[in-house]
Design a protein around this ligand. Sequence first.
Ligand code: NDP
Length: 272
Amino acid sequence: MSLYAVMGHPVDHSLSPQIHEAFGRLTGRDVHYERREVRAEGLAEALSAFRAQDGRGANITVPLKGEAYTLATRISDRAERAHAVNTLAQEGGGWFGDNTDGAGLIRDFTVNHGWSLGGCRVLLVGAGGAAQGIVGPLLDEGIAHLAIFNRSPERARDLATSCHDARVGVAVIGGASEAPFDFVINATAAGLSGRLPALPDSLFEGAIVYDLMYGPKAELFLSHARARGARQVADGLGMLVEQAAESFLLWHGVRPATGPVLENLRGLVGAG
Ligand code: NDP
C-alpha cells in the first residue's frame, strides 16, 4: 500500500483522503491517504518524517504552499509561474513540486460547467496561494482582461506585476473601465470567518460567479451574488476534485474519472 497525505493547518475537515482513496478504488490501486497537521515553518521536518515512512506524495495546503515551493528540489513550470506548490511527489532524494490548482479550476469551468473563458473579462478576488495558482491558467485560456482585487492592495499589485502580461491589472473598484465582468471568482478565505469581500453590488449583475470554497462555506458569497443579479453561481467542489485528479495523475500515471467522486461528495457536502 502506498502512503500519501495532505499537509497544512487546519486539515481536520479536508476531503482529500476520501477523494484520493475513491480514485484509488476506481483505478484499482491500494492508496492510503492521511491528514497531517503541519504549521508554518514545520514542513521540512514533516516531510522528513513522511519520507521515513515511505510517503510517496503530499498535497500542500494553507499556510504551506510558499514553503513547499522553497523546499522542492525540482519544480514544474506551472508551480514556478505560481510561486506556490500544492503537490509534492517523492523523487530520488528530494521532492518534485507541482501546482494543480489552476488546472483543476479550468477543468471545472470548461468540462464540468461547460463555460468558455476565451475573450472574457474576469475579476479575481484574492491574492493568496490559491489565486497565485490560477492566474496563469486563466491567461492560457485566452481571457481578454484579468482584474485582481485584494483586501491588502499591495498583494494584488505584486501578483499582477508578477504576470508580466498586459491583460492583467489591479482592479479599480468603482472605476468605469472595470465593469462589467463576465466572471467573478472569489479566491479569498473571507467566508471562513463569515465575511464578504468588500465589492460593489453592481459587479455581480449578469456575471458568472464562482467561489473556490465549497458547500455551506461558499453559500454566503454565492447567495449574496445571486441576490445581486448573478447569471449563474457555483462553488469550488468541482475544482477540489479536479485538482486532486491532477495530483493523482502525477503520482500514479493515470487520470481517474472525476464524475462519480464529485457526485458522491456533493451528496455529503451539500449544495453550492
Ligand atoms: P491564503 O491564506 O493564501 O489567502 C487568503 C486570501 O483571502 C488572501 O487574499 C486574503 O487577503 C483573503 N482574505 C482572508 N480573509 C479575508 C476577509 N475577511 N476579507 C477579504 N479577504 C480576505 O489562502 P488560499 O489562497 O490558499 O485559499 C483561499 C481560499 O480558497 C480558501 O478558502 C481555500 O479553502 C480555497 N481553496 C479552494 C481550492 C479548491 O480546490 N476548491 C483550492 C485552494 C484553495 P489578504 O491578502 O488581505 O490577507
